[in-house]
Write a protein that binds this ligand. Structure first.
Ligand SMILES: C[S@@+](CC[C@H](N)C(=O)[O-])C[C@H]1O[C@@H](n2cnc3c(N)ncnc32)[C@H](O)[C@@H]1O
Length: 257
């Protein structure tokens, strides 16, 4: 049995509905828009502006509204944090966009009637949202649900951290492995690679940090074929504002098998 204070999807949802997080993501949606790296990959892998796109974990609408402004016209976007979704609705109205926003849990997409009749031409789960789902089996559920919503060949773009991305990270995770071997890890965490931390201005954050092999195995098991992956720093020099908002991450582009 996990401890009673173990991080669950409800913990994550409550953290994203918290005022601090809502202000943080709403500000980014209004002021930051797409990162340079996101723009490059979207232009490259989603060239068709008439494609039906599904954005998971849209938060306050940072990516969905930017896609609209780039000319994509068939957009569905969902989140399970209602406070963020309310902010996304306001931004959509303010920018005169037309985006179907709805509340859904990425781990239970198959129960979502709103999209059951649509075969999407592409999907996105940006800024590590997939990795904010506790437990690997739940992340795989989300990957399977997104695969079921997309047509064969559809691209899916998402990001993760990478435990092996630098020697400092590797050293940090070697220490963490020793803690897990002794059973001395944070008892709220469920799997090696999990982190739960607080940051000034952002609030509490759960994040699973995978290694590359873990993601490759999860993709293979859930109906996705790997196309491309790259660290953000290798594709764009981000502005100071973007670097303040977000750490470096690994972009993944995969295709519905
Ligand atoms: C780091 S935020 C990114 C928000 C937005 N995409 C952006 O880039 O500004 C991750 C988002 O994923 C959402 N999320 C996490 N787990 C989810 C789940 N199981 N179902 C739906 N949304 C989820 C959170 O509520 C949050 O809005």
């Amino acid at each position: 049995m996990p401890p009673t204070n173990a991080i669950s999807c409800s913990t994550v949802r409550a953290d994203f509905n918290d005022l601090l997080a809502v202000v943080h993501y709403t500000r980014a949606a209004h002021k930051l828009g797409l990162w340079a790296s996101e723009r490059i990959l979207i232009d490259r892998f989603f060239p068709d502006k008439s494609a039906r796109l599904l954005e998971a974990g849209c938060g306050a609408g940072r990516v969905a509204v930017a896609l609209w402004e780039l000319g994509y016209r068939h957009l569905h976007a969902f989140d399970f944090a209602q406070e963020l979704l309310d902010q996304a609705h306001s931004l959509v109205l303010e920018r005169h966009a037309s985006i179907t926003l709805f509340s859904a849990d990425a781990t239970a997409l198959r129960q979502c009637h709103l999209i059951s009749d649509i075969q999407f031409d592409g999907a996105l789960f940006m800024f590590n949202g997939l990795m904010q789902i506790p437990l690997r089996r739940n992340r795989r559920r989300a990957l399977r649900g997104l695969a079921a919503a997309c047509r064969p060949g559809a691209p899916f773009l998402f990001t993760t951290h990478d435990r092996d991305s630098s020697s400092a990270e590797q050293a940090m995770w070697r220490l963490e492995a020793l803690r897990w071997a002794k059973g001395a890890q944070d008892p709220r965490l469920r799997e090696f690679g999990d982190r739960y931390f607080s940051e000034e201005g952002t609030g509490r954050t759960f994040m699973h940090l995978p290694d590359r092999q873990e993601i490759l195995a999860d993709l293979k098991a859930t109906g996705w074929t790997h196309t491309y992956d790259v660290m953000r720093r290798e594709i764009a020099q981000e502005s100071r504002a973007v670097r303040d908002f977000s750490d470096d991450c690994r972009f993944w582009v995969v295709q519905r098998t």
